[in-house]
Design a binder for this molecule. Structure first.
Ligand SMILES: O=C([O-])[C@@H](O)[C@@H](O)[C@H](O)[C@@H](O)C(=O)[O-]
Ligand SMILES: [Mg+2]
Length: 424
């Protein structure tokens, strides 16, 4: 019997798309009417196509395009070779500069973020060639379903000029309980995350307490994206100890988080002060965080995220998963990764329920009982809908957005808005 072949990369396309997004509020502003994403398709000389998905800010697209041009001829199984290519291409085109996404996420090197969608696409190809799901390539699924959390946002009733969306306003504790109720009823989530940093801490505490009363037994988290001072964070931690499963990024920076950590038993989680391998050593040394939120888009792909899992286990830290707005290719990748990460013991974040459009065919990735069943078909297990891809690309061309600008968009509606971290 001859071994299955994946072949070599023959062609790579990177297609920017835009999909509709509600006006979700956060510490730096408000989500714009569209989210930009890039869909990577890696074709092989054997006729297979592998998929990846990532951010689509213009600077990132330029880097993706440079790597895409350098990949033809690459061996689909040579993942270290992919990293070499990305490092060389970025060194030549950007001098190894860092990357920043949406005003809140900064890293000193762009290699991990740029390599990630190509690594996912190569793993998709490997799985298709071998007839095995991506989770098998990562060591095998340790769970059949991956639990996700209901991700609540304070929000406006609709984008100005676009009318009300189906979620309506999310401001009062009652409105936020209603938002959670819809998510829990529709998808069965048993963990609930509140995006905070929008209103005064007192109001956000009342929201958490209303959620705790309305959903006894559900696991709760709040994430103000570093909006609070150390003193306020310690006070809120004291008030919500016993109510939350963890407190995410109450205050900015490793030092600030370490100071909060010294004053609370509540586990502190982060996707802001530890977002790359370079941040792990100082965070561990300072005992600044007890839970790290992985994110394969930022940590260099699925295999490096698995490495992060191993490091967290070694240092006795918990592991959860961060999400930004994303489509089905990313959801599939997140689900395979989470399935094959034994110590990922928290429900993963996802923005997925907020979106109404996608590039993958429906039917595979469905939220039931709070989770998504791990696809068992070869590769990522999702199929691109070429018509949807073309339509969302057209939307990208016409929407006028070329980067994520939560603060600028907020200021266009609320002049003088200041995105202060540690503002309360
Ligand atoms: O989309 C948002 O507004 C979120 O605040 C996102 O940008 C964060 O990266 C993320 O969800 C988080 O957990 O900090
Ligand atoms: Mg966060």
């Amino acid at each position: 019997m001859s071994a299955p072949v994946a072949g070599r990369v023959s062609r790579v396309t990177v297609t920017p798309v835009a999909f509709r997004d509600p006006p979700l509020l956060n510490v730096v502003g408000v989500h714009q009417p569209y989210v930009l994403r890039a869909i990577v398709q890696v074709h092989t000389d054997e006729g297979l196509v592998g998929l990846g998905e990532t951010y689509a800010d213009q600077a990132h697209l330029d880097r993706l395009g440079a790597v895409a041009a350098a990949l033809p001829g690459a061996d689909v199984f040579d993942l270290y070779g992919l990293r070499r290519v990305v490092t060389e291409v970025l060194g030549a085109s950007t001098g190894g500069a860092g990357a920043s996404f949406g005003g809140m996420l900064e890293v000193s090197s762009a290699v991990d973020t740029v390599a990630s969608p190509f690594e996912v696409a190569l793993l998709d190809l490997q799985g298709k060639a071998l007839g095995r799901p991506v989770s098998d390539l990562l060591g095998g699924a340790v769970r059949e379903r991956v639990p996700y959390s209901a991700y609540l946002f304070y929000k406006w009733a609709g984008h100005p000029g676009y009318g009300e969306d189906t979620w309506g306003e999310g401001r009062t504790p009652e409105q936020m309980v209603a938002q959670a109720r819809r998510m829990v009823d529709e998808y069965g989530f048993t963990a609930i995350k509140l995006k905070g940093g929008v209103y005064e801490p007192r109001h956000e505490i009342e929201t958490v307490e209303a959620l705790a009363a309305a959903f006894p037994g559900h696991r709760l988290r709040i994430d103000p994206n570093g909006a609070w001072t150390v003193a306020t964070s310690i006070e809120v931690a004291g008030r919500l100890s016993g109510v939350l499963e963890y407190l995410e990024d109450p205050t900015p920076g490793i030092e600030g988080m370490a100071e909060v950590s010294r004053h609370t038993d509540l586990p502190l989680a982060t996707n802001m002060c530890v977002i790359a391998f370079e941040h792990l050593k100082p965070a561990v040394a300072a005992d600044a965080v007890q839970v790290v939120l992985s994110d394969h888009h930022l940590w260099g792909g699925l295999r490096r995220s698995a490495l992060l899992g191993g490091i967290c286990e070694t240092f006795g830290m918990g592991l959860s998963m961060h999400s930004n707005s994303h489509l089905g290719v990313s959801l599939a990748a997140m689900t395979h990764l989470a399935a094959a990460t034994p110590n990922l013991t928290y429900a993963c974040d996802t923005h997925y329920p907020w979106k109404t459009e996608d590039v993958v065919r429906p039917g595979v990735l469905e939220f039931r009982d709070g989770g998504v069943a791990v696809p068992s078909t070869p590769g990522l297990g999702v199929e691109l809908d070429e018509d949807a891809l073309a339509a969302l690309h057209e939307q990208y061309v016409t929407c006028g957005q070329r980067g994520r600008e939560d603060t600028a968009y907020m200021r266009s509606i609320v002049p003088g808005f200041t995105p202060n971290t540690a503002r309360w």
